[in-house]
Design a protein around this ligand. Structure first.
Ligand SMILES: [Zn+2]
Length: 200
């Protein structure tokens, strides 16, 4: 059983948002084009409290911080209930079967879609053994979701034209893609995936 995961396709990660990714909005067409090809489509949302420890200016007790990156490095983004945390309007969100929130714990970045979201249990319930992963951003939430999926023993296909990087440092995206491949993830373009699934 296959599932499509749409990671954090939210206003704040797109142009006009608080932590925008170049052309983040442009992944909509590739994702929308795939939504009918899967029996299970799961979206995740970064869904932070206002005092989340990843936000610049928030005072974080380093003893309590569980993130892999230092705390307080990101602009305030995806605060629960705000416009920035809403799914991007270009996404055909009616076709998501399930929408899961993550990043509620203020002491961890919550990059991965599997972090405290119930995603693992949901996929197990449906007997999913392969996930196709799209969304934002390549080096953070997409990468960490891919790596966790691999750790759980799932086959992973990254939808390469439906992700976009932040590129804090030039080359970050390339390194993230290499890391995902080294972990055993494969990748394909949305058009190929659609064609293959139609033929199957
Ligand atoms: Zn976040």
């Amino acid at each position: 059983m296959d599932a499509l995961l749409v990671v954090d396709f939210q206003n704040d990660f797109c142009p006009g948002g608080a932590l925008p990714v170049a052309e983040g909005n442009r992944i909509a067409a590739a994702i929308n084009d795939l939504l009918d090809s899967f029996d299970l489509v799961v979206g995740t949302r970064d869904w932070h409290p206002t005092d989340h420890g990843s936000f610049v200016g928030v005072d974080v007790d380093p003893e309590k911080w569980e993130g892999t990156d230092p705390p307080a490095i990101w602009p305030v983004h995806c605060v629960q209930g705000t416009w920035g945390a809403e799914l991007h309007p270009d996404l055909d969100a009616d076709k998501l079967d399930v929408l899961l929130d993550k990043g509620m714990d203020r002491w961890s970045q919550g990059y991965s879609g599997f972090h405290d979201s119930g995603l693992e249990e949901l996929l197990r319930e449906h007997g999913v053994d392969r996930v196709f992963i799209a969304g934002l951003t390549t080096e953070y939430c997409v990468k960490n979701t891919v790596l966790d999926a691999r750790r759980l023993g799932l086959d992973v296909v990254v939808v390469e034209d439906a992700i976009r990087p932040v590129e804090v440092q030039p080359g970050d995206a390339e390194r993230a893609i290499a890391e995902m491949k080294a972990a055993g993830a494969s990748s394909a373009r949305s058009a190929e995936i659609k064609k293959e699934r139609a033929a199957a």
